[in-house]
Design a binder for this molecule. Structure first.
Ligand code: 6GU
Length: 226
């Protein structure tokens, strides 16, 4: 998978993409992530990427020209499955969308900033608008990192224990059950007996019950009960 990220703040993305699972995936050649600074696609002396909103109002709007130039340059080099725009008014990002996007070959992500991008870019270039939750971020960069991480960890061969991504919260529509490691007794707080029993079937049953209990208590909506 290749992901091209268009941003006015590449520095904000660099570190999280150079660590942990995403770094491992890149080192293994399973994911390629390229950052593009939108300022490199400007043509004025000030390299400006934003301008005042027509009609007035507070806040700047991202200018269309540098964005169109960047998108079209990349589209001239390969075909993109989706051109994604990160924005609080996008479609809520959930695990099924991550699963679908993780099967794509080439993705582009445009990070929104200021009051957003000129609507004509959204109308004519963007194929998918994503919000990562009902809160406002200062820019789409952190959302792009979230999306990238969630996709890369699903690529075959990235997570060493092949089953591990499948047992994540949400993969079966449930929250994940509690987990424990040694010591079995920590300050008198004991690990549930069943996990020490060696009884695979009983352990599986306990985990399923715990997952359902947690989901009912914390996220009843996931069980279809609001
Ligand atoms: Cl994708 N971008 C911004 N700027 N804020 C957000 C968001 C995205 N998702 C939730 N809040």
């Amino acid at each position: 998978m290749r992901i091209d990220i268009l941003t006015v703040l590449p520095e904000l993305l660099q570190s999280p993409l150079d660590h942990s699972i995403v770094k491992r995936a890149r080192d293994k050649g399973l994911a390629e992530i390229h950052l593009h600074n939108l300022r490199d696609y400007t043509d004025d002396t000030y390299r400006s990427v934003d301008d005042y909103a027509f009609g007035g109002g507070a806040g700047m709007v991202m200018k269309p020209e540098p964005i169109a130039r960047a998108i079209e340059k990349l589209q001239g080099e390969r075909n993109y499955d989706e051109v994604i725009y990160t924005t609080p008014d996008g479609i809520p990002y959930k695990q099924p969308m991550a699963n679908r996007l993780s099967t794509c070959q080439n993705l582009m992500i445009l990070c929104g900033h200021y009051k957003g991008v000129d609507q004509r870019i959204r109308d004519h270039f963007i194929t998918l608008e994503i919000s990562i939750g009902d809160y406002v971020l200062s820019g789409g960069e952190l959302a792009a990192v979230v999306i990238t991480d969630s996709l890369v960890r699903l690529l075959p061969g990235v997570i060493s224990d092949e089953t591990s991504a499948l047992t994540d919260s949400f993969q079966d529509g449930l929250l994940a059950p509690p987990v424990y490691t040694r010591p079995a007794d920590f300050r008198g707080w004991k690990v549930p007996e069943v996990l020490l029993s060696g009884h695979a079937a009983r352990i599986e049953e306990w985990r399923m019950q715990q997952a359902i209990k947690r989901t009912r208590e914390r996220r009843p909506g996931l069980l279809g009960k609001e």
